[in-house]
Write a protein that binds this ligand. Structure first.
Ligand SMILES: [Zn+2]
Ligand SMILES: [Zn+2]
Ligand SMILES: [Zn+2]
Length: 299
């Protein structure tokens, strides 16, 4: 207790203290303070005279006892009051982790109206779910969807991707960057013809899981530009398609270097930066694709 402070104790202070569950032990510290003894527990605490006269003083020992009781009823242990907010305390959860919770929430837990979720345990659960699938949990979804998380393809290409947690648990997703699913799925080699606004015709050779969608949604920038798919050759997997496509480009570049079109010609019109040839090569491109189609049939 702080030092006693000399001076009389006013009778109206005595009356207020008695009415509010306390007895005045004496004046302390300065002219504003009294030492109050709690009728319920006997604990003595320092109270401002102003508080005693204008409000209900609270016995800190009784408050701690109440918090301990609420915590025990909620299956927690009360550790200490929170230094930053008088409505919060730190508690020990059954898992052993320390949690910061609002007192009112703990009372509701004690009454069975709300449950407990340890953030640390929960984060560990989600992290190990991702780990089991070869991914690393980075954090919450940047777009704010509570069902999604941000993950990195740790055991693969390292790319980050937002994935629904439910899909991470079941594995029903694929990496949109290195996509094992994509590499293993049916794919196509294709030849496409574009007619630029200048009237110049170009031919593109490439591979895609879905050439029509690639043409409609990715390659063509202007909706009005005439274009068509000239040939589709199904390949067993995306991986097969890449492996077959690369040597075709090498062959075309080797044999017809003058037919490789300068990207500046189609910049802003076709969303790609290479692999486009002059239309004079169309028959060569189709012949190469037909050759691959025949070999695919034979094998
Ligand atoms: Zn008390
Ligand atoms: Zn925990
Ligand atoms: Zn990947």
């Amino acid at each position: 207790m702080p030092l006693p402070y000399p001076g009389p104790i006013a009778p109206q202070w005595q009356a207020a203290a008695a009415a509010k569950g306390f007895a005045i032990i004496g004046r302390i510290r300065d002219r504003y303070h009294l030492a109050l003894s709690c009728d319920a527990c006997g604990h003595v605490h320092a109270s401002r005279i102003y508080t005693l006269m204008s409000a209900q003083p609270h016995c800190p020992a009784c408050m701690i006892a109440r918090l301990n009781q609420d915590a025990a009823a909620a299956g927690l242990a009360h550790l200490r009051l929170d230094a930053n907010s008088r409505h919060y305390s730190h508690y020990r959860a059954p898992c052993g982790h320390s949690l910061r919770r609002q007192h009112e929430i703990v009372r509701r837990m004690a009454a069975g109206n709300t449950g407990l979720r340890c953030e640390t345990c929960h984060a560990a659960t989600e992290a190990s779910e991702a780990d089991a699938k070869g991914w690393k949990l980075l954090g919450p979804d940047l777009q704010g969807n509570p069902n999604y998380r941000l993950y990195a393809h740790a055991d693969g290409c390292g790319a980050t991707q937002r994935i629904a947690r439910a899909n991470m648990q079941t594995g029903r997703f694929e990496c949109s960057s290195c996509g094992e699913g994509w590499a293993a799925a049916l794919s196509f080699l294709y030849a496409m013809r574009f007619t630029l606004p200048s009237g110049q015709e170009l031919v593109k050779l490439g591979y895609s899981r879905d050439p029509d969608s690639r043409l409609a949604h990715q390659l063509r920038i202007g909706r009005d530009m005439p274009c068509e798919i000239l040939r589709r050759v199904p390949m067993r997997t995306g991986h097969d398609a890449i492996c077959a496509e690369k040597p075709l480009h090498a062959k075309l570049r080797d044999r017809h270097p003058q037919a490789v079109v300068d990207p500046r010609v189609y910049r802003g019109k076709i969303r790609v930066c290479s692999e486009i040839y002059d239309t004079s090569l169309t028959q060569d491109v189709l012949a190469l694709l037909d050759g691959i189609a025949r070999r695919a049939l034979d094998s």
